[in-house]
Design a protein around this ligand. Sequence first.
Ligand code: SF4
Length: 296
Amino acid sequence: MEKFYPNYYKKFKCIANLCPDSCCQGWDIVVDKKSESFYNSVSGSFGDKLREVTFTDEDGDRIFAREGKNCPFWNKDELCDIYINLGEEHLCETCGKFPRITMDYTSFTEYTLSLACPEAARLILGEDFIIPEKNYSIDNVEYNSEDMEKLLSKRQRAYEIITEKNLGFKERLKKLFKYFGGDIPDKDTVFAIHERMDFINPEYSEVIKNASAFPQSDDFDEIYTRMAVYYLYRYFLNAIDDMDTLGAVKKIYFAYVITASIAKSEENPDIIRIIQNYSKEVEHSCDNSETLELFF
Ligand code: SF4
């Protein structure tokens, strides 16, 4: 099976207690069966704690009960007690893999990192990433291989449009919508949808509300371009289920309108943190990304 890793993937290393927004903060940690069975065999007070804080949530997942907003194993030094007491190899799958993402298309696999992690966002948005013109051999798949070939070629064209050097980012986005035959949603609609969402950080609602009064900043076109390339690479081939090629393009547009307006509303915007926050609050929230999907 062919595998593709972007240049930033292998450079990633968790910065642990130096992380400005740890993944142990605000998220439920789902514990896989293998890890839970190992945790059940751990003796002593640490083993007791592992068992005491694991429970079944309303979706039937086994998760760690949060202490306040945080994972109960995130200690006062902002380090992980499971890593310290049991070793990296005994982190559950969720923690051991994050922010690494595997996109398995059966006969080929592409890898990426999640923009929701600040260190990954620094790498993804810090350098250009060229979506490879791959001629994957597509066989023994359950989907239509010709559709996948079409999608790979359309993704390539979308990549060329969004990275065109002689146009501003907004113009390139317009061109992208035109290429895929879709209408650009208006700004009020984009904000109205986001104002309905629930966020990990309740103040994020206010940030979005405040940003709705501002136009999009055009100071960071290079960074928006890298963000757009991330979304294309991460989501475009998902259209194999329904051939809705506009889904990934809309994700780019929504992320751009919100983050570029937030950037304009702030005096000294840290655009990488703004995009990372959006990813954590919207892209990586099951409920919020479902709200977007329903709208699309
Ligand atoms: S968000 Fe990323 S850098 Fe921060 S603690 Fe998690 S994996 Fe490490």
